[in-house]
Design a protein around this ligand. Structure first.
Ligand SMILES: *Cc1c(COP(=O)(O)O)cnc(C)c1O
Ligand SMILES: [Zn+2]
Length: 401
C-alpha cells in the first residue's frame, strides 16, 4: 500500500531505512519520508482517489503505513474548504476561502499528525510514546494512542488549555504540568524518554507526524482541481503544517499531478513569539530562541522550532513571507470571523485572519488573489478567551431590546 522508500535528512542528505523506529538524523536535523513517486504514479490515479470515501487515508499511497490493519483513525481529514465572501469583503479580498481544520476529531489539525504517527508506531511495534506539547498535540496523540492501545506520557505548560488537558487525562495518558514553556517540557521529556525507553514523538523528532499534516496540502490541491491557490496563510508554531503543505506540492508536482506552481506560503506568528518572522526579516537560514515567549494563541507559542530551516526554505522558495501580529489583532480576527461567517475559530486561526488584513494593506496580496487561510482549530477548544458580559434577568422580568 505504501510507496515509502527511505528516510532522508534534508540537512546532510544521509538516508535511513524506514523499517524500524527512527528519531532525528545523527546530525540532529529532522528526517523526511521519501517515496518512490514514479511507482506511486503508476499505482494510483487522481480519478481513483476521487472515488474514495472522505478522510485523510484516502491518500494512503502518499502515507507511510504499509498494512491497512495498522491504520489508527478517528475520521480525520477531508475538512471543508469554505468560501468566506462576507469576511473577504471586510478584508478587501474577492476570493477568500477558509479550510476549517476545527472539524477534525480532536478539534484541531493535530489529529492528522497523530493518526499518521500513531499508525506508524503501531506498525513498528512501539508500545510507549512520550511528548512535550503546547496542548492540542498532546490531546490528539493521547486520544489516538488510547485507540491503538499504546501508552502515552505527556508534559505541557501549566497554562495550557484545559480542554487539551482533559483529552490527555480522560484517554489515560500519564500527564505532567510544567511551570514553563513547551521548550522546557521538551527538555524534560527527552531526558525521561531516554531513561524509561519511551519513544520521543516531540515535533519533528520522528518523521511521520509531518506526513499526516501533509494531507492538508493534498486536499488543498484536490480542492483546486489539482492546482493551487495564489497564497496559503498558515499560523506557524513548530512549522510542521507549513512544511507538510510544501512537501505535498513538491510530491504532486514531481508526479505531474499538479502543473501549477505551489502556493506562496505565508507563516504567521504572534508578536510575543516570532522567531521565524525575525529570522525571515534578517535573511537568516535558521531562527534564534525567542526568550519570554508570550501569546494567548498557545499553538504558536513555540520559541524555537527544530524544523525552522525548512519553514524558512518553504517560505523563500515559494515566494511567501512571514508576518507577526499582536494579540489584540488576533482577538479582532476571531471576532470578525464569527461576526461575518458564523465561524468560531481558534486564536491561531485569528492570527492568520489578522495577517491577511495586514498583507492586503501592504499590497503583498492583491484583491483578486485566490487566498486560502488555514483555521487550524476549533474555537470551542478555547472556551475561556471571551468572557461574555450579558444581561441577567429574573423570570418575572420582561425582555426589552
Ligand atoms: C499546533 C498548532 C499550530 C501550529 O502548528 P505547527 O504545525 O506546529 O506550526 C497552530 N494552530 C493550532 C490550533 C495548533 O494546535
Ligand atoms: Zn543529517
Amino acid at each position: 500500500m505504501t510507496y515509502i522508500s527511505h528516510l532522508e535528512c534534508p540537512k546532510c542528505q544521509r538516508s535511513y531505512a524506514p523499517f524500524r523506529p527512527n528519531n532525528t538524523c545523527q546530525c540532529g536535523a529532522p528526517l523526511l519520508v521519501r517515496y518512490d513517486l514514479d511507482d506511486m504514479g503508476r499505482g494510483i490515479s487522481r480519478r481513483e482517489i476521487k472515488k474514495r470515501p472522505p478522510g485523510m487515508w484516502r491518500y494512503r499511497e502518499f502515507l507511510p503505513v504499509a498494512r491497512e490493519e495498522n491504520i489508527v483513525s478517528l475520521g480525520e481529514g477531508s475538512t471543508p474548504m469554505l468560501t468566506a465572501g462576507r469576511l473577504g469583503k471586510a478584508l478587501g479580498l474577492e476570493h477568500l476561502q477558509i479550510k476549517d481544520e476545527g472539524l477534525n476529531p480532536t478539534g484541531t489539525f493535530k489529529s492528522r499528525g497523530a493518526s499518521c504517527g500513531i499508525s506508524r508506531c503501531k506498525e513498528l511495534g512501539i508500545g510507549k510514546i512520550a511528548m512535550p506539547t503546547a496542548g492540542h498535540a498532546g490531546g490528539a496523540w493521547s486520544c489516538y494512542a488510547a485507540r491503538a492501545g499504546i501508552e502515552a506520557f505527556i508534559a505541557m505548560p501549566v497554562d495550557a488549555e484545559r480542554v487539551a488537558m482533559l483529552e490527555c487525562v480522560l484517554s489515560g495518558a500519564k500527564t505532567w504540568l510544567v511551570r514553563g514553556l513547551i521548550s522546557d517540557a521538551g527538555r524534560m521529556i527527552s531526558k525521561a524518554a531516554a531513561k524509561y525507553e519511551w519513544f520521543d514523538v516531540a515535533t519533528l523528532k520522528e518523521p511521520y507526524r509531518i506526513e499526516g499534516k501533509k494531507t492538508m496540502g493534498l486536499e488543498i490541491a484536490e480542492d483546486f482541481d489539482w492546482g493551487a491557490p495564489d497564497v496559503v496563510i498558515y499560523p506557524t508554531g513548530g512549522g510542521v503544517g507549513l512544511i507538510g503543505i510544501w512537501k505535498a506540492y513538491q510530491e504532486l508536482i514531481q508526479m505531474g499531478w499538479v502543473k501549477d506552481k505551489p502556493p506562496k506560503l505565508v507563516a504567521v506568528q504572534a508578536e510575543g513569539c516570532m522567531p521565524i518572522v525575525r529570522a525571515y526579516q534578517e535573511g537568516k537560514e535558521s531562527s534564534e530562541f525567542h526568550t519570554g515567549a508570550k501569546t494567548f494563541a498557545g499553538g504558536i507559542r513555540v520559541p524555537k522550532a527544530l524544523g525552522d530551516f525548512l519553514v524558512l526554505q518553504a517560505i523563500r522558495e515559494t515566494g511567501g513571507t512571514a508576518v507577526a501580529v499582536s494579540d489584540e489583532e488576533i482577538m479582532e480576527g476571531v471576532k470578525l470571523t464569527a461576526l461575518t461567517e458564523g465561524m468560531f475559530i481558534c486564536p491561531e486561526g485569528g492570527a492568520a485572519i489578522a495577517a491577511a488584513r495586514r498583507l492586503v494593506q501592504t499590497g503583498y496580496i492583491q484583491p483578486e488573489d485566490k487566498v486560502v487561510i488555514l483555521n487550524t482549530g476549533a474555537g470551542i477548544k478555547y472556551p475561556d478567551i471571551v468572557r461574555p458580559e450579558l444581561p441577567v434577568l429574573n423570570p418575572d422580568e420582561e425582555i426589552v431590546l
